[in-house]
Design a protein around this ligand. Structure first.
Ligand code: NCD
Length: 328
């Protein structure tokens, strides 16, 4: 994946590598993604075995530090760590001493003192995983920070698209919905374009970032105009918990203009994929029945998430043992 950081933070001469954003995959982002994808192929094979477990990370400990709600990302990382035979430690804010006023730094130091090799962090504020990486010797993996990045989601999305078409080069991906508040969109734009895809953001102006300078994307406010020419229609949830003001008139109006209704889904080109990172709000950004169509690969995204996270954990913590063996 990324080249080792040439200047580890002072006091951490043996710091491990981190995955805080897509840029951490190295100066050659496409090459870094390819490396993860190749390893993921092997872990998909492991996941299909009757005993889907290998001893690759035996003796390592992976801690999850989730300051925000999560279903799939958290379970996915924990499953990935367990399938690699790592020990797992789960920290949930609602039942921790954070509720008693403990600071983030003290929390991280407490977890580190127990001897962990990786910390998987989700937080509502952008930049928290980077801050944790400054304090911790353990490898830090960003599981979503504010509106900033969600790199493992982007990797599993790349993998899922590649299962259906050989390459992302030349593919046209429409990312539809609340891009403004979406860390998934930011990581996906970086990953998809690094692999040669053309990306169009489709949203009302209020749901786009105020400044798109430097984003290698096209923008449209007209889903109907873009639909027929997309290879991937990637839908985003309205992230109301991150909104401080009313950005759309009503949900009904949003659905009428930007929702992937059955009628719109019928207009997608043959073979086009429908994707969503979850959690879905059926009936808002995606019609209930559209989410269950065969061309919707939303469940595949979740399934691939485990193997992709196994690959990431292995690349960051790889113990040098044979991981392709017959199971632990
Ligand atoms: C997303 C997240 O939390 O960033 N979900 C996920 O991790 N699969 C998207 C969202 O919250 O809408």
């Amino acid at each position: 994946m990324s080249a080792p950081d040439p200047t580890p933070p002072a006091g951490h001469p043996t710091r491990r590598r981190d995955l805080l954003g897509i840029a951490d995959l190295g100066p050659d982002v496409a090459g870094g993604i390819d490396e993860v994808m190749e390893l993921t192929d092997s872990f998909v094979e492991v996941s299909r075995r009757p005993i889907p477990k290998v001893p690759a990370l035996r003796g390592k400990t992976v801690a999850s530090l989730f300051f925000e709600d999560s279903t799939r990302t958290r379970l996915s990382f924990e499953t990935a760590a367990k399938r690699l035979s790592a020990d797992t430690m789960t920290f949930s804010v609602s039942t921790s001493s954070v509720k008693k006023g403990e600071s983030l730094r003290d929390t991280v130091e407490t977890i580190e003192a127990m001897g962990v090799d990786a910390i998987v962090v989700r937080h509502g504020s952008s930049g928290v995983p980077r801050q944790v990486a400054r304090w911790a010797d353990a490898a830090v993996i960003n599981a979503g920070d504010g509106w900033h990045e969600h790199p493992t989601q982007a990797l599993l999305d790349c993998y899922t698209i590649r299962q259906h078409r050989d390459s992302l080069a030349g593919a046209h991906v429409a990312i539809v919905g609340d891009v403004k508040h979406s860390r998934v969109a930011r990581s996906n734009v970086a990953a998809f374009t690094a692999l040669g895809a053309r990306v169009t953001l489709v949203a009302p102006p209020t749901l786009l970032p105020p400044n798109l300078d430097g984003w290698p994307v096209e923008v449209s406010h007209d889903l109907d105009a873009v639909l027929g020419e997309t290879d991937v229609c990637y839908l985003l949830r309205m992230q109301r918990e991150r909104m401080t003001e009313a950005l759309i008139p009503t949900l009904r109006e949003y659905t009428a203009t930007y929702g992937l209704t059955s009628r719109r889904a019928d207009r997608l080109a043959k073979g086009a994929l429908i994707m969503h990172p979850g959690p879905m709000n059926r009936g808002v950004e995606i019609a209930a029945e559209v989410a269950d169509r065969p061309d919707a690969v939303i469940v595949d995204q979740v399934r691939n998430g485990v193997a992709v996270r196994m690959a990431v954990l292995f690349l960051l913590l790889g113990s040098g043992t044979e991981w392709g063996g017959d199971g632990a």
